[in-house]
Design a protein around this ligand. Structure first.
Ligand SMILES: *Cc1c(COP(=O)(O)O)cnc(C)c1O
Length: 440
């Protein structure tokens, strides 16, 4: 009879992008600050640094006193109420804060229960905007290497090869894709060549394109890769030219992760719609949102009026309370804010990952703000990487050819050093001829 949590999980629960019988590496028994407490299959206990911030979200660490207190207070008042016909202080306060901190011109907020759902909302908003303008435009222009979530609309704008287009052909709308934009260090000629491709695609399909959707300046789960700001600027220009809605999916990049509060700001552009999630609630609860400007006004003054979306748990008060506390820590608080944190983390990542560049099978080791990526010339062996990182006191979850980290913002330089040492050791262990459990 299986007795441990790990044994009972296997074959019972699906995990993200994993087979039913693959199970998990560890079960979690507790977490505090940057640490997670785990038990492995043999029953041994581990206390590891969370190099993943639980997928970009737990930026303040676990059991943060300010976050915990905000939720306890809200539970003492009310935990949920429908949002149709009703409103509440946590939602209004959150929307006011978001309008204040996002680039000027993004004045209206739609609250969604996850990042994927906020992307659905953004796509719908773009289509309804076009309808309000008297145009029937339903296609989107997206980037190869993109990741925008797992729901149907979001999947349709994910990378057509690495995404799920083949499995769900027929269900997914067929969108338009541009090649991955050039890297930040690309030459002016390369950037120009890419921009011409973008222009040509827009020239050919402008009358069908409702919107352009991108992860600004850094592609996350689809490829862990930064790109040149001029590419984003040309998409802004093209969207304006054809009156398409420019959607900036800042679900991963928002709140400082790439080294500016929002990646759009670093490129000097304002999108028509911005999606935010992940770090929004400090990883305490699922919540995402989209902010928009005049596109929302156009819909409101047309015969369409409403954005046709309204989930059961829209504006959940606990999630809003967590978001208010998280955004307060990220933006208003000088010591816990994203800026000093990312400065500190970025520098430690640079130093700590440099030795990986000397390894034969490492293509590159790259730091973008608070993100560190080691790219191998082969798929990462997940089992090997997990074991070696754990021996170094670190939890990382590699993906395809990447061993990567986005440490919690509370991480000291010593914490980042431990994470990078584990990553370099794991990369070094990928010598030729080793057995593979391939990362997906
Ligand atoms: C994670 C992510 C999403 C999806 O968010 P979920 O909350 O997982 O649905 C969408 N876009 C980007 C850029 C992301 O990183």
């Amino acid at each position: 009879m299986p007795t441990s949590t790990l044994e009972r999980d296997s074959g019972l629960l699906w995990h993200p992008y994993g087979p039913l019988d693959a199970g998990a590496h560890f079960s979690v028994t507790g977490a505090d600050g940057p640490y997670v407490e785990l038990r492995d299959a043999s029953g041994s206990a581990h206390r590891l640094l969370d190099g993943m911030s639980s997928w970009w979200s737990v930026v303040h660490g676990y059991q943060h006193p300010v976050m915990d207190a905000a939720l306890t207070t809200q539970i003492g008042s009310f935990s949920h109420v429908m949002f149709g016909g009703l409103t509440h202080e946590p939602a209004v306060e959150l929307a006011e804060r978001l309008v204040a901190v996002t680039p000027d011109g993004l004045d209206h907020v739609f609250l969604a229960d996850s990042g994927s759902v906020s992307v659905e909302g953004a796509l719908k908003l773009a289509i309804q905007y076009q309808l309000a303008r008297g145009r029937d435009r339903r296609r989107f222009l997206a980037l190869e290497g993109a990741y925008h979530g797992d729901t149907t609309g979001a999947m349709s704008v994910c990378d057509p090869v690495g995404g799920m287009h083949n499995d769900f052909a027929g269900l997914l709308a067929t969108q338009l894709f541009l090649p991955r934009p050039p890297l930040p260090e690309a030459s002016a000629a390369e950037v120009h060549e890419w921009s011409v491709k973008a222009e040509n695609l827009v020239d050919a399909h402008g009358a069908e394109i409702a919107g352009i959707i991108v992860e600004p300046l850094f592609q996350g789960a689809g490829g862990m890769r930064p790109y040149h700001p001029a590419a984003l600027q040309s998409l802004r220009r093209l969207a304006t030219e054809i009156d398409a809605v420019l959607i900036a999916d800042e679900i991963a990049t928002g709140f400082g992760r790439t080294g500016s509060d929002f990646a759009c700001r670093a490129a000097g552009i304002t999108p028509d719609v911005m999606c935010l999630g992940k770090a929004l609630t400090g990883g305490y609860l699922t919540l995402a949102l989209l902010c928009s400007g005049t596109v929302a006004d156009v819909i409101t003054t047309s015969s369409h009026r409403a954005l046709m979306h309204g989930p059961t748990f829209m504006a959940n008060p606990l999630a809003c309370a967590a978001a208010n506390a998280s955004v307060g820590l990220l933006i208003d608080d000088e010591t816990s804010g994203w800026e000093p944190a990312i400065g500190r983390i970025s520098q430690a990542l640079e130093t700590g990952l440099a030795p990986a560049r000397r390894l034969d099978h490492v293509i590159e080791a790259r730091v973008t703000g608070g993100i560190g990526v080691v790219e191998l010339d082969r798929p990462v062996d997940v089992g090997l990487t997990t074991r070696i990182a754990a021996e170094h006191g670190v939890w990382v979850r590699p993906f395809r050819q990447h061993i990567y980290t986005m440490p919690p913002y509370i991480s000291s330089p010593e914490v980042v050093d431990t994470i990078t040492a584990a990553m370099v050791a794991a990369a070094a262990a990928h010598g030729d001829g080793c057995e593979f459990e391939v990362a997906s």
